[in-house]
Write a protein that binds this ligand. Structure first.
Ligand SMILES: NC(=O)c1ccc[n+]([C@@H]2O[C@H](COP(=O)([O-])OP(=O)(O)OC[C@H]3O[C@@H](n4cnc5c(N)ncnc54)[C@H](O)[C@@H]3O)[C@@H](O)[C@H]2O)c1
Ligand SMILES: [Zn+2]
Ligand SMILES: [Zn+2]
Length: 371
């Protein structure tokens, strides 16, 4: 057993406390990863703020990377010292989605239970009778170290900055995958991306890789538009509360509306904006996640009559074992500049300040780094 510092959420809507916890040794098929970087994703903020009720107490964080520090019996794919990015969805392997090869739509992933596949917990309050603490999505990356199933740790090539590796584990896989895998954007298509956080900027980078002819980036924060241009957006639009004006401007830039529009915020009004901006035959890809109870509306007639489509995209349809190394290779080849998404590296003690900035839409991706 080891003792680690971690961000523990004990009450939804209250700050995560930075506490010392006991971490179990890796058992059969498990590995211990020393976390080097953990990105602050808006999904952590949804959990912190209580938008998504989760069992508590729980160590948060699901966008992490590090190095394998210990392996349990039977682990074959990883050895000590291997750099890894962590996957927040370990497929069950047996449900109807897994059997059909759609692991991103697994209906019975142990990750949803925030435990190891056999139901065990690996974290506990200090001491022999310490109460169990859950691991968010089974990986709990806002911690100095974590114990996870072998399948949640994906080997990366040497030379990838740990901050970038962490982002590959969530926002890059989610955004790039939404473009390349969920939507399968063909070369020459026009694309719009609404919301330019880590996820939306990853959609922009994915659209560049896909060979989109026009990539329009929208946000309500002007500085995000400049960043979008540096990662490949051809045009940028400052979104205002005037939805009709935003849609008109978007249509002007895309010959009547974007072939593909990606919503990367998770707000009802921008979901509706995305759908409304579509030309005939256009596709809206919903990537942002709302509070559980949110509902959006759209005109049924134009959707059907215009052969428009609405797609939901979880985790960019990621198959972590093959997609993470592929995204890392694209990064190393200079084709996926994910390093430009990181604007602050902070300590675990600054996490609450990072959440405040994220809530206000300030800055880009903040990454918690560990010594
Ligand atoms: N589908 C998935 O598997 C998946 C994975 C990861 C994250 N997410 C979700 O994606 C969303 C984005 O995550 P993120 O970490 O990039 O968030 P973020 O907070 O960093 O980015 C959101 C961006 O939207 C902008 N914005 C907010 N309201 C706006 C409006 N009305 N008009 C225009 N722009 C607006 C903000 O300024 C910000 O730049 C979150 O809901 C998150 O939970 C989904
Ligand atoms: Zn995330
Ligand atoms: Zn499954």
């Amino acid at each position: 057993m080891s003792s680690i510092r971690a961000a523990v959420l004990r009450t939804a809507g209250a700050p995560a406390e930075i506490e010392r916890l006991d971490l179990a040794e890796p058992r059969e098929g498990e590995v211990r990863v020393r976390i080097l970087a953990s990105g602050v994703c808006h999904s952590d903020l949804h959990v912190r703020d209580g938008n998504w009720p989760r069992p508590l107490p729980i160590v948060i964080g699901h966008e992490g990377a590090g190095v394998v520090e210990a392996v349990g019996p039977g682990v074959r794919s990883l050895s000590v010292g291997q750099p890894v990015a962590l996957s927040w969805l370990v497929p069950c392997g047996t449900c109807r989605s897994c059997r059909a090869g759609r692991v991103w739509a697994c209906v019975d992933s142990p990750s949803f239970r925030h435990r190891m596949p056999d139901g065990a917990t690996v974290l506990a309050d200090p001491g022999p009778d310490g109460a169990p603490v859950l691991s968010y999505c089974g990986i709990a990356t806002m911690a100095e170290a974590t114990v996870i199933p072998e399948a949640a740790a994906v080997a990366l090539p040497d030379g990838v900055d740990p901050g970038v590796a962490a982002l590959i584990g969530c926002c890059v896989a989610t955004g790039v995958g939404a473009v390349l895998k969920t939507a399968g954007v063909p070369g020459g298509a026009s694309v719009a991306v609404i919301g330019l956080g880590g996820v939306g900027l990853s959609c922009v980078m994915g659209a560049v890789i896909a060979g989109a002819s026009r990539i329009v980036a929208l946000d309500r924060v002007a500085s995000k538009l400049d960043t979008a241009r540096t990662v490949g957006a051809t045009d940028a639009l400052l979104a205002t509360d005037d939805r009709a004006a935003t849609i008109d401007a978007l249509r002007d830039l895309t010959d009547g509306g974007p072939d593909f529009v990606f919503e990367a915020i998770g707000r009802v009004e921008t979901v509706e904006l995305a759908i409304e901006s579509l030309p005939l035959g256009g596709t809206a890809v919903l990537v942002g996640l709302t509070p559980f109870e949110a509902r959006a509306s759209f005109g049924v007639y134009p959707l059907v009559d215009g052969s428009r489509r609405i797609l939901g995209s979880n985790y960019g349809f990621a198959e972590a074992a093959t997609d993470f190394p592929r995204y890392a290779a694209l990064h190393l080849a200079g084709r996926l500049p994910a390093d430009r998404l990181i604007d602050r590296r902070i300590g675990l003690d600054d996490l609450e300040g990072a959440f405040d900035r994220l809530r206000d839409g300030q800055g880009l991706r903040q990454v918690v780094v560990f010594d």
